[in-house]
Design a protein around this ligand. Structure first.
Ligand code: PMP
Length: 361
């Protein structure tokens, strides 16, 4: 068996020890006589899995007690719609700072229910920057201000938490949660699809300040109601138990590896290596993002001649480096280097890039 270095943006590489443990426990989960996916979500085995996952996530991310944690199916996109239903009155304004594709998606998902306001956007420069805070036009009486902490496609990341006054800050941390220290208390709501840094696709995490759950929001079915979900322990209906279990293993692995400080150190190191390989290539490779806000998680780059894209991908695959094709919105290449990507993977990619340039430059 040989496993490649997998630069997939999500579903993304999982830590090998997590996959090995899941494999070991697949047929007989800790003496239960069945796999965890075959057991009731209300049974003692799964309840322990679910509780441990929340406990460990709270420790890993540093989630204060006055914040609730929900584990929900439906992906990050679903949360983008549910936030409008749960936290905005019908037609209430909500501010959006749009710094890439996922910020645009957030707008679209909330559109039927709120009065959308674009407080700032970097669309004018092709989403290569973050508009300075003092240029944002925030709306009085807005339900929330939404940002995308890390734009997975455009490779743009907030390095600081913006100050938005008393209006709660809502943030999509799908592709950067647990990659470094985070002051949760600065946010009203944080949400993340798990399939990048937290585990498998099929489950999302919602971290929400409890007092916000008192808001009336809009008419909605119980299943779309965060308050009801919280009261039911995120089990209003059958939850994605397998995904929840894998998320728990992944979070535990991150704690065992040293937690968010350690992953901040590794991420900084990996990102530096990769941007140095790009910037040091004399224009053979190119990343167009404002260096001050370049993502530590997703590194989009272009070859100077897109006729070389095909050979680059084919030869990379030969070298054991997979899933480097850029998103169709941008083209080119993208290397996603989440917590499960070891430094050796990024070193191998940087070495391959230099070698490819020598042969094709
Ligand atoms: N937000 C961000 C930042 C993302 O990267 C993605 C998925 N790549 C989404 C939202 C959408 O997530 P999902 O597919 O889980 O709905």
């Amino acid at each position: 068996m040989s496993r490649a270095f997998n630069f997939s943006p999500g579903p993304a590489a999982l830590p090998e020890p997590v996959l090995e443990q899941a494999q070991r426990e697949m047929l007989d989960f800790r003496g239960a006589g069945a796999s965890i996916v075959e057991l009731s979500h209300r049974g003692p085995e799964f309840l322990e899995v679910a509780e441990a996952a929340e406990r460990d996530l709270r420790t890993l991310v540093g989630i204060p007690d006055d914040y609730a944690v929900l584990f929900t199916a439906g992906g990050a996109t679903t949360q983008q719609a549910l936030m409008a239903l749960n936290f905005a009155d019908p037609g209430q304004p909500a501010d959006y700072v749009v710094t890439g594709h996922w910020g645009q998606t957030a707008l679209k998902q909330a559109a039927p229910w709120v009065d959308l306001r674009i407080a700032a956007s970097s669309e004018g420069d092709g989403f290569r920057s973050i508009p300075p805070r003092d240029t944002w036009q925030l709306t009085d009486g807005a339900a929330y201000v939404h940002i995308t902490a890390n734009e997975t496609i455009h490779g743009v990341e907030f390095r600081d938490t913006p100050d938005v006054g008393d209006v709660p800050l809502f943030a999509d941390f799908s592709s950067s949660i647990a990659s470094g220290p985070l002051d949760v208390s600065r946010y009203g709501m944080i949400y993340a699809g798990a399939q990048k840094n937290l585990g498998p696709v099929g489950i999302s995490v919602v971290i929400v300040r409890r007092d916000l759950l008192e808001r009336a929001g809009q008419p909605r079915a119980e299943i779309f109601d965060f308050r009801s979900q919280l009261a039911a322990g995120s089990m209003l209906n059958t939850p994605p138990t397998w995904n929840w279990y894998l998320l728990g293993l992944t979070v535990k692995w991150m704690l065992d590896e040293g937690g968010v400080e350690e992953f901040a150190r590794r991420s900084e190191h990996k990102a530096k290596l990769l941007y140095a390989a790009i910037d040091g290539s004399g224009g053979f490779y190119r990343n167009d993002v404002d260096p001050a806000v370049r993502s530590r998680m997703n590194v989009p780059f272009f070859l100077h001649d897109d006729g070389l894209d095909g050979p680059f991908l084919a030869e990379a695959k030969e070298a054991g480096l997979i899933s480097l094709k850029g998103h169709r919105v941008l083209g080119g290449m993208r290397a996603s280097i989440y917590n499960a990507m070891p430094v050796e993977g990024v070193q191998a990619l940087a070495a391959f890039m230099r070698d490819f340039q020598q042969r094709h430059g």
